[in-house]
Design a protein around this ligand. Structure first.
Ligand SMILES: [Zn+2]
Ligand SMILES: [Zn+2]
Length: 165
């Protein structure tokens, strides 16, 4: 994914880009197109990008085990200096760009931020009811009857008494 910055004058520009996850080298769980919207602030000495990405992913819900589709959104900033002496080694997302380079390659940074934005806790929906731990029924779709029988302590005691006898 490239921004041909030489097409733009010094000043602020808004740029929209779309590229397939595949061609950005983003495999599982990503699919389809990745959209990137950038504000590009270009001066004579540097280019500052502030971008928002939207990628599509197929995730598996931690509670009910069903696959669901999610929009993975992330934001990043990247700063490109035309002067190499401005770069220090510990600056993340700060890059040197030679005066002869007409394109900014943002594929890697889009990919990295998209993967970082995959949620740790994956839920098909906020109120997913999950699976019944006893019979495995998906409680989003059906109500099983174990709940009443297994979790009622009185009932359990009665059962035990019967077995003991
Ligand atoms: Zn779920
Ligand atoms: Zn159940």
């Amino acid at each position: 994914m490239f921004i041909k910055h030489t097409n733009y004058e010094v000043g602020v520009h808004y740029i929209s880009l779309v590229e397939s996850a595949k061609s950005l080298n983003m495999s599982e769980p990503f699919y389809g197109d990745v959209e990137v919207k950038c504000k590009m602030d270009k001066t004579y000495s540097q280019i500052l990008l502030n971008c928002e990405t939207t990628a599509l992913a197929r995730l598996t819900c931690d509670r009910c085990n069903e696959e669901y589709e999610a929009k993975i959104e992330s934001k990043f900033s990247a700063l490109y200096f035309f002067d190499e002496s401005k770069i220090t080694e510990d600056d993340d997302d700060v890059f040197y760009i030679s005066r002869d380079t007409d394109k900014l390659n943002i594929s890697k940074i889009v990919r990295d931020y998209s993967y970082l934005a995959i949620p740790m806790k994956k839920l098909c929906r906020e109120d997913c009811k999950g699976l019944c731990p006893h019979c495995g029924a998906n409680l989003n779709y059906e109500e099983c009857k174990c709940n009443v029988e297994v979790e009622n302590p009185v009932w359990n005691k009665l059962k035990q008494i019967k077995f003991d006898d």
